[in-house]
Design a protein around this ligand. Structure first.
Ligand code: GDG
Length: 502
């Protein structure tokens, strides 16, 4: 599958993302800089295309300017990861002064765009100095990207590089990349993909510099979101804020004499990899054979609805005491953005809530909640997915949510049940899950009860269909669809005549 996919990608791919596909760390013993892997689905899927097309990856290396100069180390000869084939010349590290990086990353990306785009405007801070830092850092990314593309063009004079910008960190880089390339007479294609939701116009208009931001994204030729709703929100914002002519059916936006195409591209997981992890994973230790596990796996983030979920579990124990000593909630919460106050407060709230519930319901041989604050290995994660009766994937808002898909892929034994929030992108396609509104606590508890007591034939039927869909639409399929959506640009040669008048 991978080879077929790579043959289709003929232009060198230049990925521009906040982070490199690995971080660079100093080995305390040898004093040498080394690569440390970050094993995400995105890296697994995209890194091989960068390798095969002899492309580039531009991103933050984990080091600041103050940390001193160092080269990107070559991969260790034993490295078997997807980034092993990435030569150091293909990796463009972005290094910034720490203060500027903090203002951009924590001050703007995480304190403004993260809550705003998840439709939680009360949590969003709008500060002009942080926005300025964001624009400057995007400009710096743009400059480094074009310098790298110039070098690429020298060695591949006949190909048009495909620059692929990722996520809410880089919404203001496209126009600068385009202008710089135009001045140099360099031809490129440019695409943007957003990993989080795109909010409605009512939310977007709260951002004081919304017009600049929309124009920033429209600097690309092609813009991708997880689901159709986010695409339509974006198109709506462009029409209402910038007065662009748009075509909702064809998903086109006209801006500055160019036509930008918009695409729903639901991201997914390396399905087969999770299946084989699950087939090999060790058994999860339970209190007894009959014990049922409810499982939650999330970064510790306020969008993931952890507090709502644990409260619903408390209601379940209260209303259905027959589950006491027979059901355990296993929650893995991965530390995230730990230097931000809101995340520290969330951790305290959760610690307290879990402590109180465990104090209230525990018996001499059983505690209702097993709580891991930390990261477990992917092998361990696969074991948790496989051996749980119910996965509780109930974010308050989530771009897609890969945990729901990984759980389904790992159901290689006794079929479990997926509970899913309709406010996750995954909720729009995983129809056989039990959908539950995380804000409706009593109903949430009832759906947990239903999931725990669902007859085997129903579980089997639902899981079979979920697995079939995810197997067909894995992360390689996503990548293929993306490559197709970019090629469409050349074929369609979009004419303004197809756009609806305002
Ligand atoms: C953003 C969007 C969108 C979690 N705990 C452990 C662990 N994980 C891995 C999971 C999964 C990933 O982290 C989490 O991905 P999600 O999609 O659930 O959420 P975000 O991190 O918020 O990702 C999201 C995604 O981008 C992709 O576009 O789906 O909506 O918010 O892969 O497996 N991995 C290991 N140990 C853990 O303890 N090894």
């Amino acid at each position: 599958v991978l080879n077929k996919m790579i043959v289709n990608a003929t232009s060198p791919m230049v990925v521009v993302a906040n982070r490199l596909p690995f971080i660079v760390q100093k080995n305390a013993e040898t004093g040498q800089f080394e690569r440390k892997q970050c094993a995400g689905g995105l890296v697994t899927a995209v890194a091989p295309v960068v390798v095969e097309t002899n492309g580039l990856w531009v991103g933050w290396s984990g080091q600041h300017l103050e940390d001193g100069e160092h080269d990107i180390p070559e991969a260790n000869p034993n490295d078997r990861s997807p980034t092993a084939g990435l030569k150091s010349r293909q990796v463009i590290p972005v290094r910034l002064p720490q203060k500027q990086f903090d203002d951009y990353y924590n001050g703007c990306c995480n304190a403004t765009f993260w809550p705003l785009f998840h439709s939680m405007p009360d949590r969003a801070l709008f500060q002009s100095d942080k926005w300025e830092a964001y624009r400057q850092v995007n400009e710096h990314f743009a400059k480094l990207t074009v310098e790298a593309v110039v070098k690429l063009a020298e060695t591949n004079p006949n190909s048009v590089p495909l620059v692929w910008l990722h996520d809410y960190h880089l919404m203001m880089a496209a126009n600068s990349i385009r202008d710089r390339c135009d001045r140099l007479g360099l031809q490129i294609k440019m695409a943007f993909f957003l990993h989080i939701p795109f909010p409605s116009w009512d939310i977007m208009r709260l951002f004081p510099w919304d017009d600049e931001l929309l124009q920033g994204i429209l600097g690309c030729d092609s813009v991708g979101f997880h689901v159709e709703d986010y695409c339509l929100n974006f198109i709506d914002c462009c029409q209402r804020r910038l007065g662009c002519r748009v075509d909702r059916e064809q998903m086109l936006v006209e801006h500055n004499g160019r036509t930008v195409s918009v695409h729903p591209l639901p991201i997914s997981i390396p399905y087969d990899r999770f299946v084989s992890l699950a087939e090999k994973a060790p058994q999860v230790v339970k209190n007894n054979e009959q014990e049922q596990l409810l499982l939650g796996v999330d970064r510790l983030d306020y969008t993931k609805g952890l507090v709502h979920r644990i409260r619903a579990f408390e209601t379940l124990l209260q209303k259905h005491p027959e589950h006491i000593e027979h059901v355990t909630f296993l929650q893995v919460a991965v530390p995230s953005r730990t230097d931000v106050k809101e995340y520290q407060e969330l951790k305290e709230d959760l610690d307290q809530l879990i402590g109180r519930i465990n104090g209230r319901f525990s018996t001499p041989n059983w505690s209702p909640i097993r709580y891991i604050y930390g990261c477990v290995s992917q092998e361990q994660l696969a074991a948790f997915y496989r051996d749980s009766s119910v996965a509780v994937v109930t974010p308050l808002r989530d771009g897609m949510n890969l945990v729901a898909k990984e759980f389904v892929a790992c159901q290689v034994g006794e079929p479990g049940v997926l509970m899913l929030s309709p406010f996750a992108g995954a909720g729009t396609s995983m129809h056989e899950a039990l959908l539950v509104n995380p804000y409706e606590t009593d109903e949430f508890a009832e759906v947990m009860h239903r999931a725990l007591t669902m007859p085997k034939d129903e579980r089997e039927l639902r899981m079979q269909q979920l697995r079939h869909r995810e197997r067909e639409h894995d992360v390689n399929f996503w990548l293929q669809s993306f490559l197709k959506s970019v090629d469409c640009l050349a074929d369609n040669n979009l004419t303004p005549g197809r756009l609806l008048p305002l």
